[in-house]
Design a binder for this molecule. Structure first.
Ligand code: SF4
Ligand code: SF4
Length: 406
């Protein structure tokens, strides 16, 4: 472990300190946020909850402590559940991002090396896609727990020809095309059924992967490439099938603030919406009773806390005729949280176990989510199928279409 005093915190620019201090002043230390913080709920330790972390971040920003333990910040999921709960509107994630960027050189060398290794593995799009193709070929031989993590290919699926006036840019992302190459094509087919042509953007990383692995400058550089892709096409707006990516795209205004791209970042962010916003529940078919399921809906944190869009997906699932079983502690993270499950596997496993119990308490046939990370993480810890909600919409539209043609 490196000695924190070897890497003193560089004095942050005045404006950043002022902004963060302003944000911190909004906190009245009531502690309501601890009630919905997954790490506080697991540990019961004040330092592992948002209020304790805010105290620590204040000390770090104002230079009140030298050599403070940064681990409580490393163990924060960045799920933003505390923001949803906070009655004072504290923008916790903005403060966290500022502090993590300022203190990243002080983190132990081993942690930084692990972050770079995770980024190299997950960011290597082509090698990862090759590994996943091989895994799909060997799927019948894989142990059960692994089978659930190896998801379908694009076999038999074709991206529809652009034929509609309404167009949306669909970011293909970096990790998802390797793990679930079928999902973006299915989304394009769904949108085509509803009179919208999806234009593929990429594959390109939105920048979230390196940014959340504390390579902030690299994250901004990748985001800049995606910003250029997203501002040069002929479409109404941009979306993606992974809510983690969509939430990061939505944050480009803040990511590029105080840079020469501030205006472009802000204008682009205003066009980004969750893909569910492009689907009108009133235009979906009601499935016959034998095709309806009891489902447990797990809204990823990026959807419910960052994009505030969980209810849109619920309306879509209900419009198809599925029944949503009641879930306790729906606000709590499943432990996936981007690369978190690789950095903190023990905590991530404990969170998944707890989440799985709450999701399956009413014995649903399926667990449904909206982000590839949550889907993979939950699938490897559970005993029943975990699907993306777009899988269900795709199935409904194509099955009924086929039935009409027959
Ligand atoms: S962040 Fe909000 S909920 Fe948490 S202690 Fe501060 S004011 Fe209270
Ligand atoms: S972002 Fe999530 S894990 Fe971090 S303090 Fe807030 S609620 Fe807790």
């Amino acid at each position: 472990m490196s000695n924190p005093s070897e890497h003193p915190i560089p004095p942050p620019p005045k404006d950043t300190v002022a902004v963060a201090e302003g944000l911190l002043r909004a906190c009245v230390h009531c502690g309501f946020c601890n009630a919905t913080c997954p790490t506080y709920q697991l540990t019961g330790d004040e330092r592992e909850g948002p209020r304790g972390r805010l105290y620590l971040m204040k000390d770090l920003l104002t230079g009140a402590v030298e050599g403070a333990d940064l681990e409580p910040l490393a163990r924060c999921l960045g799920c933003r559940s505390c923001e949803t709960t906070c009655p004072a509107g504290v923008r916790y994630s903005e403060i966290l991002d500022t502090v993590r960027e300022r203190t990243q050189a002080r983190r132990p060398a081993l942690q930084r090396a692990l972050d770079r290794a995770s980024e190299a593995v997950l960011g290597a799009r082509k090698p990862l896609a090759t590994v996943m193709r091989a895994a799909r070929a060997l799927r019948p031989l894989a142990p059960r727990a692994w089978k659930r993590r190896i998801l379908p290919s694009t076999k038999g699926l074709e991206w529809p020809t652009a034929r509609h006036v309404r167009r949306v840019g669909l970011l293909l992302g970096c990790v998802q095309p390797a793990l679930r190459p079928d999902l973006d094509v299915k989304a394009a087919i769904v949108l085509d059924h509803l009179g919208i042509s999806a234009q593929p953007l990429g594959p390109a990383c939105c920048g979230a992967l390196p940014y959340h692995l504390q390579a902030h400058e690299k994250g901004r550089a990748q985001a800049l490439e995606t910003l250029s892709l997203g501002t040069t096409g002929d479409f109404e707006g941009v979306t993606s099938t992974a809510t983690g990516c969509t939430a990061f795209l939505r944050d480009y205004g803040r990511l590029f603030q105080n840079t020469g791209e501030a205006d472009r970042g802000q204008a682009f962010a205003a066009t980004v919406t969750d893909i569910a916003a492009w689907i009108d529940p009133a235009r979906l078919p009601l499935l016959p009773p034998d095709l309806r399921h009891d489902i447990a809906w797990h809204a990823p944190c990026s959807l419910q806390h960052a994009l505030k869009g969980a209810s849109r997906v619920e309306a879509i699932l209900k419009a198809l005729g599925h029944r949503l079983v009641p879930i306790t502690d729906a606000a709590l993270c499943c432990g996936s949280a981007g690369p978190y499950s690789m950095r903190h596997p023990r905590l991530a496993r404990a969170l998944a176990k707890r989440k799985w119990q709450t999701l399956t308490g009413a014995d649903p046939a399926l667990v449904v989510t909206a982000n590839i990370g949550c889907q993979q993480h939950l699938a490897s810890h559970g005993d029943r199928p975990v699907v993306h909600w777009l899988d269900l919409v795709y199935e409904a539209l194509t099955k009924l279409d086929k039935a009409c043609r027959d």
